[in-house]
Design a protein around this ligand. Structure first.
Ligand code: MG
Length: 265
């Protein structure tokens, strides 16, 4: 079994998402520095236990440097593999895998419209009243902070539909708008590791629209009862291939880990 999990708002939570926890002493800090993130002490203990039994693979949209800031995954639970940059990069034993990176860049060259062309089209609608500076993530995908209230919905929808035809995916999550080539997704990274390692089943977890390919590809999948996936799919629970947790907020991490531990017993 391979445990492929999103991190932020699935297993770990920034300060503004943990305010509902009345008992701060139940939390443990997993990242400290530029940002602070937490998980519950119970979730941390469960994850340690699980990582001894299955291949745990963090699958995050964080870029390489942002992933490496999470001390918990450097010192406490140390995954052999981590899929970062939303599937665009693979870290093996702490080192960015160059073969994976080159294969990904080759795939992008063949599959999607060049980034510069997509960005120049995006600039036509991205006026300063709703878009702050567009940033590139490890030269693989792009994101920008937006003002949702000022977003020109029709123009953005039109652009998104055009982008899909160029093999790019546009998604809005909270205050961030992502422009991601279709080849850059967490599931394609997991699929490559499934082939390379002797695993045949995948247990996945994630909360956002960028986790959708991962959840759909996995054999077992859970999504916390919060976030974009919950907002979008809460009324279609009979039609989707994954389940939502009963818990909302940071304790959803414990519930997901308990489900996986239950399967392993
Ligand atoms: Mg997330």
């Amino acid at each position: 079994m391979l445990f492929a999990s999103d991190l932020d708002r699935t297993l770990i939570y920034s300060k503004r998402f943990v305010t509902e926890m009345a008992h701060q002493e139940e939390l443990t800090t997993v990242e400290q520095g530029v940002y602070t993130s937490y998980t519950t002490k119970k979730a941390a203990a469960l994850l340690r236990l699980i990582a001894e039994q299955v291949l745990f693979i963090p699958c995050t949209t964080r870029v390489i440097e942002q992933y490496q800031r999470i001390q918990f995954f450097q010192n406490t639970v140390i995954p052999k593999y981590a899929i970062v940059s939303n599937g665009g990069n693979l870290i093996i034993d702490g080192v960015v895998d160059k073969n994976y990176q080159q294969a990904m860049l080759r795939e992008l060259t063949h599959n999607s419209l060049p980034a510069a062309d997509l960005i120049s089209e995006f600039r036509k609608i991205a006026t300063p009243n709703w878009v702050e500076k567009t940033k590139d993530a490890d030269n693989l995908f792009y994101y920008c902070l937006i003002d949702r209230a000022q977003t020109p919905k029709d123009e953005l929808q039109h652009f998104s539909q055009w982008a899909v035809k160029q093999n790019w995916h546009v998604s809005v999550q909270g205050r961030k708008l992502y422009l991601v080539p279709q080849a850059v997704n967490k599931w394609s990274g997991v699929k490559k590791l499934l082939e390379q390692t002797e695993n045949n089943k995948v247990f996945a977890a994630g909360d956002s629209l960028l986790d959708l390919p991962l959840l759909q590809g996995a054999d077992y999948a859970y999504s916390p009862r919060h976030g974009e996936l919950y907002q979008q799919y809460q009324h279609q629970q009979n039609d989707i291939s994954w389940q939502f947790t009963a818990a909302t907020g940071i304790v959803a991490a414990e519930e997901i880990l308990n489900k996986l531990q239950g399967l392993l017993e």
